[in-house]
Ligand binder design. Structure first.
Ligand SMILES: [Zn+2]
Length: 324
């Protein structure tokens, strides 16, 4: 797969316009914040914009052929640097990382006219880190471009928000996601692509992880989550419990299963409803289920026992489905 060199968001006119500016290398914002939920394609878009800027081709940038594009594909371009916290947890993006960024940003680019710095998941930045970033943005190094990704811009300090141009992305939905997958994985079986688009709830990032086989637990967990949603929609608590049994004692597996179920439920709620499992589920019910699954995830993180957790989860989900 050619990382970052294919435009990921065909249906988003704002993203399209922005990529045109980057490809022309003119009038693009020196600092761009891309906000969007998990799976909306913000990281993919940031990588694409960086590639459009660094490509040495004459037209159709990024061309995918030139030396810069080839280095970007291999993640070895010296003028494209990524900064992110390893843990992805709240307040895990520390000021030390911004200091490292600062040290690189004021050095002249190695091979290109500009150097691109991608700061991922900026909502995880501490206030101290954001204030340090602000100082860089106030006196921007001439040859640096900063691309920031963030779940929601309201999670950043107002002072930072006022310094950046921003672009919002929506989760593309299963149909648009499938289209992207078809282009990226032309050799893959159509059924596999369809399953990945549905299991990921339309999130491109999650679907790609599924297809790349990087998703925790793999096939079994995805199938179980899909089956579980059917049982919940049918209000079959015994069936749901049976499906969860293999994971009662496997905390990591259970966490992955809840994650998968959550992303399914969110995906269908964005699409307006779920039609599987008898009468299906309305959007309102899906929202309730998402909240219940979120609680279960938190409980699991705080060491709740597997059996009590799964039984409680099933009971609450089915109550939500049966209530008026
Ligand atoms: Zn190129």
């Amino acid at each position: 797969m050619s990382a970052g060199l294919e435009f990921p968001l065909k249906e988003n006119p704002a993203a399209k316009d922005m990529s045109r500016l980057f490809a022309q290398g003119r009038r693009y914002p020196p600092t761009l914040l891309i906000e969007g939920a998990e799976g909306s394609g913000k990281s993919e878009l940031a990588r694409y914009l960086g590639a459009a800027l660094l490509c040495r081709g004459e037209e159709n940038r990024p061309c995918g052929q030139c030396s810069a594009c080839r280095k970007l594909q291999k993640n070895i371009h010296p003028d494209f640097q990524v900064f992110e916290s390893e843990k992805k947890a709240a307040r895990s993006f520390h000021v030390g990382l911004v200091r490292a960024l600062r040290a690189s940003a004021y050095i002249r680019p190695n091979e290109s006219r500009v150097a691109v710095f991608l700061l991922e998941d900026c909502e995880t930045m501490t206030d101290e880190a954001q204030n340090a970033l602000l100082k860089i943005l106030e006196e921007p190094p001439g040859a640096a471009v900063f691309l920031l990704t963030c779940k929601n811009r309201s999670m950043l300090l107002e002072t930072v928000r006022s310094r950046v141009a921003s672009l919002s992305l929506e989760i593309p939905g299963a149909a648009a996601c499938l289209e992207v997958l078809r282009e990226r994985f032309p050799e893959a079986e159509p059924e596999k692509l369809k399953e990945a688009a549905q299991c990921s709830g339309g999130s491109i990032g999650a679907a790609v992880r599924i297809l790349d086989g990087r998703e925790k637990g793999g096939e079994g967990i995805r199938a179980a989550a899909a089956g579980l949603l059917v049982k919940i929609a049918e209000a079959d608590d015994y069936g749901a419990l049976l499906l969860m049994r293999p994971w009662e004692k496997d905390r990591q597996g259970l966490a992955a299963l809840l994650e998968q179920l959550y992303s399914l439920v969110c995906g269908f709620s964005l699409e307006g409803g779920y039609s599987g499992g008898g009468a299906g589920l309305s959007r309102r019910r899906l929202f309730r289920l998402a909240a219940i699954i979120e609680d279960a995830r938190d409980a699991l993180a705080f060491n709740a026992g597997g059996l009590i957790l799964t039984a409680g989860l099933c009971a609450r989900c089915i109550e939500a489905v049966e209530s008026a």
